[in-house]
Design a protein around this ligand. Structure first.
Ligand code: GDP
Ligand code: MG
Length: 441
């Protein structure tokens, strides 16, 4: 995948003792191949590589203390720029209510789900949305939106299969105006492929309702197909933005890379799961970091900063680096992690940790459990904490007594710990400096 390929290129780049211009040229040739293989539009690739080259071949980069790091930073910044960094990508709902927002896209892209997510997202911003089912071809489609609405406690306009979608939308607008709804979310029909008849219908809805936002919903898993389709929807409907769904899957953003450049329209929101709250604003720079396998460092750091003093994080990092992952560091980290929020949500942000997470299921740590673990580890000697292999039967018995737990509890903890240790090793393999590199970005 894209991330692994980038990582290989950067690893090589870091591997050179001193960087020469030739090293950089070579890395850029590889970056170019990586992008072309990921099916990114060749014109986009060409401009991208030229922009990176121009900045990377400068004297300053080669003279800097960390030239490889500088080159990687440039690649990251240019990727972010490609995805719209620095440009406006807020939803624009500043119009006389009820403000129509139209979602369009192929069948299965995630329109209906995203309509629900968007309704919830807007309600959290104190808006009062009405969901409008304008996909009248499949009776199940209306039912699906109604189910979503019921689940969220958000009203769904009552339409019948077979009614004219343009009329449904017009009636919904009247209904909204009379009943105090300030936003209309239009769930339109999709087809498996681009289809003239469907486009005609969407154009008629657009012309009648004049939606403030026309959002093309793109399935990130379909890669560059999503880009091609986005391009033709945009040509016919002149969309105002893109919502990229299913970014929680393995797709690491190939589509995100060229959709902005090809359509000229910003990615505004991203879908990160099937649940209704899995919709977020799009941050080009964070996406660039994800693609480059640096994890969503900013999100991670934001979360960490909310709860943990920067010092704590630095200490944790330092301790890990010096002592490795032992029962002692494990205990300290459990406390830190507890402050940061759930282990799971943090792990999600770390590249490659998805698989490790599956192995961690059953490692949920409610407070009570955490206290027990701390008691057990506290009953160990410092030596034991630093080398769990010392823990034979009689030591385990002593620890169980000392901590008011049972030998089974102790055994289970050690088993969990060794699993976590394996996971840490895997994570550390990901970056050259493991957690340290991750925290620093
Ligand atoms: P529509 O045909 O465009 O209306 O697509 P649907 O809303 O019915 O979604 C198709 C499938 O994609 C459903 O199974 C959704 O649960 C799933 N889906 C939508 N958005 C996401 C997402 O962000 N992540 C994941 N994993 N699945 C999604
Ligand atoms: Mg649908």
């Amino acid at each position: 995948n894209l991330t692994e390929k980038f990582e290989a290129v950067f690893k090589k780049l870091r591997g050179h003792g001193r960087l020469t211009e030739e090293n950089i040229q070579e890395a850029l040739r590889e970056v170019r191949l990586v992008l072309l293989e990921a099916d990114v539009n060749f014109r986009v690739v060409k401009d991208f590589v030229a922009a990176v080259r121009e900045r990377a071949i400068g004297q300053d980069v080669l003279k800097s203390l960390t030239p490889a790091q500088q080159v990687i930073k440039i690649v990251r910044e240019e990727l972010a720029r490609l995805m719209g960094e620095g440009e406006e990508n807020d939803l624009d709902l500043a119009a006389r209510p009820p403000v129509p927002v139209m979602l369009c896209g192929l069948q299965g892209a995630g329109k209906t789900t995203t309509c629900g997510k968007l309704a919830l997202y807007l309600r959290r911003q104190k808006r009062n949305p009405l969901l409008v089912p304008a996909d009248i071809y499949r009776p199940a489609a209306i039912e699906q939106l109604k189910t979503v609405g019921r689940q969220l406690g958000i009203e769904v306009f009552d339409s019948q299969p077979g009614e004219d979608p343009v009329r449904i939308c017009e009636q919904a607008r009247e209904y909204a105006a009379l009943n105090g709804f300030d936003t209309l979310i239009l769930d339109t029909a999709g087809r498996l492929h681009i289809d003239e008849e469907l486009m005609g219908e969407l154009v008629r809805i657009r012309d009648s309702l004049e939606p403030r936002e026309i959002l093309f919903v793109a399935d990130a898993m379909t890669g560059q197909d999503a880009v091609t389709v986005a391009d033709s929807f945009n040509q016919q409907l002149d969309v105002t933005g893109v919502i990229l769904t299913k970014l929680d899957g393995d797709a690491r953003g190939g589509a995100a890379l060229s959709i902005r450049a090809v359509t000229g329209k910003p990615i505004k929101l991203v879908g990160l799961g099937e649940k209704m709250d899995a919709l977020e604003r799009f941050h080009p720079d964070r996406m660039a970091q994800r693609i480059l396998g640096m994890g969503d460092v900013l999100t991670l750091i934001e979360k960490a900063q909310a709860a943990v003093e920067a010092e704590d994080a630095a200490k944790m990092e330092e301790q890990l680096r010096k002592e490795g992952f032992t029962l002692e560091t494990f205990r300290d980290q459990l406390q830190t992690i507890k402050k940061m929020g759930s282990l799971e949500s943090l792990l999600k942000l770390i590249p490659g940790a998805g698989k490790a997470m599956k192995q961690m299921q059953g490692m949920q740590l409610p407070d009570k459990e955490l206290k027990k673990i701390e008691a057990i580890i506290n009953s160990m000697t410092r030596q034991e904490r630093r080398n769990h292999r010392l823990l034979n039967g009689s030591r385990r018995l002593r620890i169980a007594r000392g901590s008011g737990t049972t030998v089974q509890d102790v055994n289970q903890l050690i088993k969990r710990f060794t699993e976590a240790q394996k996971m840490m090793k895997k994570m550390q393999k990901l970056g050259p400096k493991g957690l340290k590199g991750m925290m620093r970005g």
